[in-house]
Design a protein around this ligand. Structure first.
Ligand code: ADP
Ligand code: ADP
Length: 228
């Protein structure tokens, strides 16, 4: 589904943020990227949807080189959830979630249905929340909307960059559980960034440990746990 082949990123100032990165994830898997601040996790994510262009190597989505795809089209096919969820404050929750379906030109009925379904999926009652504005929601609820928004356009891949990092521990655990439940239903391919090993072990089908721009280990949670 998603494949990195010898991918590197050198920033214009000469800094090598990612060095010879190789990995592959199958459809429906969650890959967790973990490592200390500055090890290249965000750079890796942003190369997938071309918010950052990689310097060498190949990034393939379903066998297709991302460099050969129109960046706007690519981004509609790759959902993105970040810590600062970035909902549009002057749009209702419905319009925030409906943004990508709108850009994809879906008709009103299909779009509306999708918004309703996604709100339910993330545990928010559409009757109550669809017409609200972001600031009328708690941090945890806004993060749920962020997840709903990323799913609404039916992307092949979802990138999640410390999506729950700013939440209190209880809400964070709830959202982790929700994500796992949701993953069973919708079977999306997810790349999830965290610096919290507990979160990585809980969510990942595979865990990629990064250090100084390199992948130092790629294994299942079971294998990582069973190490001496
Ligand atoms: P992480 O997400 O793991 O914290 P990043 O991918 O954000 O790491 O950054 C990896 C490294 O690249 C860091 O050393 C960071 O300072 C550097 N870096 C990030 N963006 C740029 C940039 N635009 N120009 C130069 N260096 C950058
Ligand atoms: P994060 O790890 O959450 O991505 P950072 O503090 O690493 O946050 O980066 C914040 C922004 O600053 C990003 O847009 C990144 O590209 C840019 N940046 C980070 N490090 C550098 C750097 N050394 N030189 C230039 N830009 C940088």
């Amino acid at each position: 589904m998603l494949k990195f082949e010898h991918v590197t990123k050198r920033y214009p100032n000469g800094h090598m943020a990612v060095k010879d990165l190789n990995f592959e994830i199958a459809a429906g898997e969650i890959l967790v990227l973990i490592g200390p601040s500055g090890c290249g996790k965000t750079t890796t994510m942003k190369m997938i949807n071309r918010l950052i262009e990689h310097t060498s190597g190949n990034i393939l989505i379903q066998g297709k080189d991302v460099n050969l795809q129109n960046p706007d089209k690519l981004r509609r096919n790759v959902g993105y959830v970040i810590q600062q969820v970035g909902l549009f404050p002057h749009y209702t929750i419905e319009d925030n979630i409906g943004l990508i379906p709108q850009l994809k030109g879906w008709d009103k009925k299909r779009k509306h249905q999708k918004v309703q379904d996604m709100l339910r999926l993330v545990g928010l009652d559409p009757e109550i929340y669809a017409s609200r504005y972001p600031k009328q929601l708690s941090g945890g609820q806004q993060q749920r909307v962020g997840v709903a928004r990323a799913l609404a356009g039916e992307p092949d891949i979802i990138l999640m960059d410390e999506p729950f990092g700013a939440l209190d521990p209880i809400t964070r655990e709830q959202l982790q559980d929700e994500l796992l439940r949701l993953q069973k239903e919708v079977k999306k391919t997810i790349v999830f960034v965290t610096h919290d090993m507990d979160e990585a072990l809980k969510l990942g089908d595979k865990i990629a440990i990064m250090k100084d721009g390199e992948l130092v280990q790629l294994d299942s949670p079971e294998r990582i746990l069973s190490q001496p």
